[in-house]
Design a protein around this ligand. Sequence first.
Ligand code: DQA
Length: 140
Amino acid sequence: MKLTIINGPNLNLLGSRETDIYGNQDFDTFLNSLRSKYPNINLEYYQSNIEGELINYIQDSMDSDGIIINAAAYTHTSVGIGDAIKAINTKVIEVHISNTFSREKYRHSSYLSPVVDGIIIGFGLKSYELAIESFCSRDE
Ligand code: DQA
């Protein structure tokens, strides 16, 4: 199985960015631990701070069995990322590290949530692992 993790803006700074909210672990270290835990899953990873690059990558991920996306701030602003997800047939899970609903009001809305297959919010980096598990236990 091939799963694609896509991270949006500022998530390249995980481990040093607002550690009270996002924790102390950088994403590369976390990704290595995921790859060790799931040796039979081909885990692709892409991060960009640029909206159009994220849209290109979503379009290029149609061959994946599933996409796990944290669009970060673009979650709350990007019609284009929502449309890209709508345009592909691949299953998509939206994840967030923090509980966006317990934070500022502008983080309560998502252009992705209406068009994804599932949402996992607020479990720290574990949100990504729960998303992987959801693909592992999927029937179809
Ligand atoms: C985030 C929540 C967003 O509101 C924020 O802009 C992020 C990270 C999260 O994973 O908790 O950058 O997507």
